[in-house]
Design a protein around this ligand. Structure first.
Ligand code: GLA
Length: 432
């Protein structure tokens, strides 16, 4: 009788315990028995880009994401519970880690906090990014020989919100990243750097930053977004390309490899879903491979939208990228719930949801879940080459495309239907 009571008590408490454990950190009542990192552990890392508030557990102005300390703690809990890899949303970009010229021009504090967060949580740590046209201060491209009369040029970096999700900084597109303002003068007041000068700066930056985190940061985005979007040119016009020439890419990889021969060195770009851009990528990488440049992985940002790519389209993207024979990392994954292309920041999600009031799952949630499921099915199909899948942000509240509600957790850190759909892809349970 006594045993029966114990068994009865167990029968009642066990399911409660299981529910409590399933939602232990997020505080959710998710029915899902698993987490992203567990669900995909035999396939690839599932990672997340973290901002400075998460890395430092403080509500810092620099990240401009407007989270109070309770929300930040909740964000941290989700990161720890769900992910086994991290990428820094901003703090390792040149403008943040190396804002000024000279020996004391580095600001390592936030980057150190990021790396320490990864180490203390036993995560696979990515460094992003060493050489990019965006979020790079103008002094990098400025010559040291000022023309007569300009002895003391004014500071050239736009007010450094060190950050940040401020629109200019977080989009990181086009000329806004420090060399903009018309025909490539940016905030420069004097002559451009020479090729030798810029190569020297690139070398010092890479040696210092890669050297500092050697053995801790396992993967580096060495060059970000060097490809041209339209036209027939392979490379975009950027100060790197204009001043050094097209071999700036090879040099950056060589410098990084010299400093940390064990690090996986990635070339990272966006819109590889677009066949023309993808073919440019393939041409570029084949040429680097032919020259013996140590490019070791392809980073496909994969900032996509609910309208495309489909499973079949992503399957084709990955099949073609695989011809390069390198691991593929999905580096900045998010799925904009708004219609429109990858650049679109506006959302029509509210409108979508309004049309389905009273339904069990809003149309917008269902579309997002279907899109995520299709893309994760493609990643799984190619899991011999896809080694890392990184979500670009932990939840919709901190996303650079917040209006498009593009992530797996909502702004309150609750899992969305898309989260359950992604777990079901891993467990093979497509029936629900
Ligand atoms: C690019 C960069 C990222 C980030 C996004 C926008 O994709 O690689 O670091 O700045 O733009 O958030």
């Amino acid at each position: 009788m006594k045993n029966r009571n114990i068994l009865t008590a167990f029968a009642i408490t066990a399911p409660l315990l299981a529910i409590a454990l399933a939602g232990c950190v997020t505080g959710t009542k998710s029915k899902s028995p698993s987490t992203l990192k567990k669900a995909y552990k035999d396939h690839f890392y599932v990672g997340v880009a973290i901002n400075r508030t998460i890395a430092t557990s403080t509500s810092v102005r620099a990240d401009n994401v407007n989270r109070n300390i309770d929300q930040i703690n909740q964000d941290i809990a989700v990161v720890r519970e769900q992910f086994n890899q991290i990428s820094p949303e901003n703090d390792l970009k040149w403008q943040l880690i190396h804002p000024r010229d000279g020996a004391d021009g580095y600001n390592f504090g936030p980057a150190d906090a990021y790396v320490n967060f990864g180490l203390s949580n036993k995560m696979y740590i990515v460094g992003h990014t060493l050489v990019w046209h965006g979020q790079t201060p103008s002094w990098v491209f400025q010559g040291t020989n000022m023309p007569p009369g300009i002895a003391n040029p004014p500071p050239t970096v736009a007010a450094d919100t060190t950050g940040t999700n401020a629109p200019g900084a977080r989009r990181g597109r086009g000329p806004g990243g420090g060399f903009g303002g018309g025909m490539g003068r940016g905030g420069m007041t004097g002559p451009r750097a020479s090729r030798e000068e810029l190569l020297q700066r690139m070398h010092d930056h890479i040696a210092t930053v890669v050297g500092r985190y050697k053995g801790k940061i396992k993967v580096w985005d060495v060059v970000n977004e060097a490809l041209a979007d339209g036209g027939t040119n392979i490379l975009r016009t950027s100060p790197w390309e204009q001043i050094i020439g097209p071999d700036f890419i090879a040099k950056a990889f060589e410098y990084a490899h010299e400093e940390d021969p064990k690090a996986i060195l990635r070339y990272n770009d966006y819109s590889l879903e677009n066949p023309a851009k993808r073919h440019k990528l393939i041409t570029l990488i084949k040429s680097l491979q032919a020259q013996g440049v140590p490019v070791m992985a392809i980073g496909s940002q994969t900032h996509v939208s609910v309208t495309s790519p489909s499973f079949a389209e992503e399957d084709k993207v990955l099949t073609e990228l695989e011809t390069l024979g390198l691991p593929i990392h999905i580096t900045e994954f998010d799925v904009n719930g708004a219609q429109g292309g990858q650049r679109s920041n506006s959302g029509d999600v509210a409108a979508n949801a309004a049309t389905t009031q009273g339904g069990l799952v809003s149309d917008a949630d269902k579309k997002l879940a279907d899109a995520y499921a299709g893309l994760f099915r493609a990643f799984m199909k190619h899991d011999k080459s896809v080694k890392v899948v990184t979500l670009w942000g932990v939840n919709d509240g901190v996303s650079w495309r917040a209006q498009g509600r593009p992530l797996l957790f909502d702004a309150n850190d609750q899992p969305k239907p898309a989260f359950d759909a992604v777990i079901r892809v891993a467990t093979g349970d497509q029936t629900k």
